[in-house]
Write a protein of this length. Structure first.
Length: 386
């Protein structure tokens, strides 16, 4: 009896140690983010803070209250308290040398990316490359970019569109890095770091606009954000690292206003050269595309399954169009990419810095075709089950 009592006391003590450490880590991370953002308390600060705490630590903490959850955490994946504390403050795992060198050697952290499905020519030397934007340079070019705009400034596209067969918007297309542009559309620009623009006809927003048009032609209602992320980050005094926190606010707002939206499509472009991002299919040039799936969220498995299915269908009809499906954790990127907001989320990258409109258009049309087939097949199955 005495032994059982001692065991219970020990369990309670361990339980409180976990709780205390968790709140200590979370509070310090929160304070750091609060100072960095220089903003009042909001959900984005909470999001940025929680991203600094390892997912398995959350699971381990929850398992002290939810017994069955303990069995779902693999022993080898379960971090010790000291590891979690050390990683939270340094972002380093002592047993993984890549976390020591990843921030010192340019491009080294890229090798944390996991290849779920390798497209033609995809290996560790051809992984996606993301480059940070020169925000100040973009803002200086803002005036000229606005003069060249093909459409008025806004956060959502307006104007006549085909009436969708869905009778509602079911997809939301947006751009967490709206400044990403293409060198062939930027006279005088030569390097990947220069492939940035606020001009919606020259940056990634044009790809989203074209995708919306193609989906609407096929009867699928879509909402497209043309929000200038660069400007919005500047207004909040946020840096590039908070791009996904910013787009998260917009996505949540749109989903709250439109409950029919289930598919979230965040569109980007890669920084790899043309030889890796272009292919010929049936005599036509295509900008190759690929999927990024965030591993650090509750919808990871379902979003991965969606990416794999779409990738499979794309490759069946357009061999070589995809560079594959890649998985990223917080050690190599955001790790979530707002994909926790829907189990039908995708981060899709079209082409690279050297692709032109013709190559991009062919790929957008191909993806719209495959996605439409997937969507209507799923609707038919859902209708039959109903």
């Amino acid at each position: 009896m005495k032994e059982r009592k001692n065991t219970s006391i020990l369990f309670i003590r361990v339980h409180w140690i976990y709780l205390s450490l968790f709140f200590l880590i979370f509070s310090i991370s929160f304070f750091i983010n609060f100072l960095d953002l220089k903003e009042r308390l909001n959900s984005s600060i909470i999001t940025a803070t929680s991203e600094k705490v390892h997912t398995n630590f959350f699971l381990r903490l929850m398992s002290t209250e939810i017994g069955p959850l303990k069995s779902s955490i693999k022993e080898e994946e379960e971090p010790s308290i000291s590891q979690v504390v050390f990683h939270t403050f340094t972002n380093i795992w002592p047993e993984d040398i890549r976390t020591f060198l990843g921030r010192e050697i340019p491009g080294f952290s890229t090798f944390n990316t996991e290849i779920a499905i390798a497209g033609l020519g995809t290996d560790l030397t051809t992984l996606p490359i993301e480059s940070a934007p020169p925000l100040e340079m973009l803002l200086k070019e803002k005036e000229q970019a606005e003069k060249d705009q093909d459409q008025p400034k806004g956060t959502e596209e307006k104007g006549a569109s085909p009436i969708p067969k869905t009778g509602k918007d079911v997809a939301y297309i947006y751009h967490s890095h709206s400044w990403e542009a293409f060198l062939p559309l930027l006279p005088g620009k030569k390097t990947a770091n220069e492939a940035v623009s606020l001009n919606e006809s020259k940056n990634i927003i044009a790809v989203g606009k074209k995708l919306k048009e193609e989906l609407m032609k096929r009867g699928i209602g879509a909402n497209h954000s043309t929000s200038n992320v660069t400007e919005e980050l500047k207004k909040k005094n946020w840096n590039y690292n908070y791009s996904y926190a910013l787009s998260r606010e917009t996505v949540k707002e749109v989903m709250a206003q439109n409950s029919s939206i289930n598919y979230l499509i965040d569109i980007h472009r890669d920084s790899q050269p043309k030889k890796l991002t272009t292919t010929m299919i049936n005599g036509k040039p295509f900008a190759r595309l690929f999927f990024i799936v965030g591993k650090e969220n509750i919808n990871y498995e379902r979003n991965l399954a969606l990416a794999k299915e779409l990738n499979k269908k794309l490759e069946e009809k357009y061999p070589g169009i995809s560079r594959g499906v890649f998985i990223k954790t917080k050690d190599d990127g955001n790790g979530v990419y707002n994909q926790d907001l829907s189990s039908q989320s995708m981060l899709l990258e079209f082409g690279g810095v050297e692709n032109n409109n013709t190559e991009l258009d062919h790929s957008i049309e191909a993806f719209a075709e495959i996605f439409s087939e997937y969507y209507w097949d799923a609707e038919e199955v859902s209708g039959n089950e109903g």
